[in-house]
Design a protein. Structure first.
Length: 449
């Protein structure tokens, strides 16, 4: 037995010599002491982050305004909520914002309160058909928020424990331009809407060209139009049309163009392709018409007397009560009833011109002899008094006492650009013309170049 114990001791000493065992024991004691000291020391105080600024990552966009770094699209903000959904709500003709929200589940009281919160930023009563809102819906399709883009900002109304709360944020955007094109098949209004123009945009287009184009007689089937608008493209995907920058209309076989230009020392205005201001002495027509019933021609058969005689005038067919406007500034020289003219107004203009408006159902209040009138002012209403078989406006223009064909009258511009401004305008005009006459339906350019 003693021999056996001695044998194992000798074997163990051979594998682990005594000196090695003493070093290992000393190392274990040292490590144990260090561990004890580490755990007994107090934990170091964390450095205060009170002075640290939050870091916001904002995608860089080419924009003329500084974006709000806290902006995120409505659907992105709700990405952590359960089953969030967004829905784009577009107002239709006759819709109100409150009515549309009620159709989507809000109570009348809640819809009114939401609109009330929106009002300081954008008046709901001024919203029109075509305005679009982005709604945030919960999993039950209940409205939790609304987002509205206007004037380079996003107005957001969100549901909170305290009710609806509205905020306004700047949104990153890039500027571009959008070209809308169309062909005349029926009327400028119908074909303009089909091409993507809104009714107010069509009315503006007509107003800009009213000194050069008689929309009653000049437009023909097959004529075309092109319009360039400034367009803002927002980071949330919404787009907003801005100023009308240029337009071209082919009418009566000729192209007519207008361009927006702002010089360094003046307000922006519209000019023709030669840099002449659009405003002229006379409007091109005295009313918004349905159709022109009797163009000027010498051999016209008179509709009452049935005899061929000169009819140096223009008859505009229109419903009774349609407003008629003065084609230019002047002074009333006759207001009342005169034979076959029926109720009539006569206006004297500069340079020997006189305009006559006949067959009125009613003369506007205050239109009397000696009174000055302004271009575009309503002077009466379409009727069929005097020698008339149906409601229409009988319009004449005289030059120094002689009747002339108003449609052939070449109207001079009131003002024009000169010098360096004209050169700058012509360079801009050529760039815009390239867009107007290009074959693509949409283009991107710097609208202020």
């Amino acid at each position: 037995m003693k021999r056996t114990k001695s044998h194992f001791r000798n074997l163990f000493d051979g594998l682990h010599p005594p000196e090695q065992r003493r070093r290992s024991a000393a190392m274990a004691v040292l490590l144990g002491a260090l561990a004890t000291v580490y755990f007994l020391l107090p934990a170091p105080a964390l450095e205060s982050s009170k002075d640290e600024e939050p870091i916001a990552l904002v995608r860089s966009l080419q924009t003329g305004t500084q974006p709000d770094p806290l902006y995120r699209p409505l659907d992105e903000e709700s990405a952590t909520e359960s089953s969030p959904k967004t829905f784009d709500l577009t107002l239709r003709r006759g819709d109100t914002l409150q009515g549309a929200l009620i159709k989507h589940g809000l109570t009348p009281a809640s819809a009114d309160e939401l609109a009330k919160q929106l009002q300081p930023f954008s008046n709901p009563r001024k919203m029109r058909a075509g305005d679009t809102f982005r709604l945030l819906l919960d999993y039950r399709n209940g409205i939790q928020g609304l987002e509205y883009s206007a004037d380079g900002t996003i107005v957001r109304v969100m549901s909170t424990e305290k009710g609806w709360v509205a905020t306004r944020q700047e949104v990153p955007f890039v500027r571009g331009s959008k070209v809308i094109r169309g062909n005349i098949r029926g009327s400028l209004f119908e074909d303009g809407v089909d091409a993507g123009l809104s009714p107010p945009e069509i009315h503006k287009l007509v107003n800009l060209f009213e000194y050069d184009i008689d929309f009653f007689s000049d437009l023909r089937r097959g004529d075309d139009f092109s319009v360039i608008f400034e367009e803002k493209q927002y980071a949330n995907g919404q787009r907003e049309k801005g100023k009308l920058l240029a337009a071209e209309i082919h009418a009566a076989g000729s192209p007519y163009q207008i361009f927006y230009y702002q010089g360094k020392k003046q307000k922006g205005s519209y000019y023709d392709n030669r840099g002449q201001a659009l405003m002229k002495a006379f409007l091109r027509a005295p009313l918004n018409y349905r159709r022109i019933s009797s163009p000027f021609r010498i051999d016209r058969r008179h509709p009452i007397f049935r005899t061929v005689r000169p009819h140096q005038a223009i008859d505009y067919a229109a419903p009774t009560g349609t407003p008629v406007v003065a084609v230019g500034d002047g002074q009333v020289t006759f207001s009342g009833t005169r034979g076959g003219y029926g109720r009539m107004v006569e206006i004297r203009h500069d340079d020997g011109y006189v305009s006559r408006y006949a067959h009125f159902s009613k003369i506007s209040q205050g239109i009397r002899v000696g009174r000055p009138v302004n271009r575009g002012e309503v002077v009466g209403y379409v009727g069929q008094t005097g020698h008339a078989t149906g409601p229409h406006l009988h319009f004449e223009m005289l030059k120094k006492g002689r009747k002339i064909n108003f449609l052939d009258l070449k109207l001079a511009s009131a003002d024009r650009l000169t010098g360096s401004e004209l050169r700058e305008f012509l360079a801009m005009r050529d760039r815009k013309l390239a867009l107007l006459q290009a074959s693509v339906a949409a283009a991107s350019e710097n609208p202020h170049s």
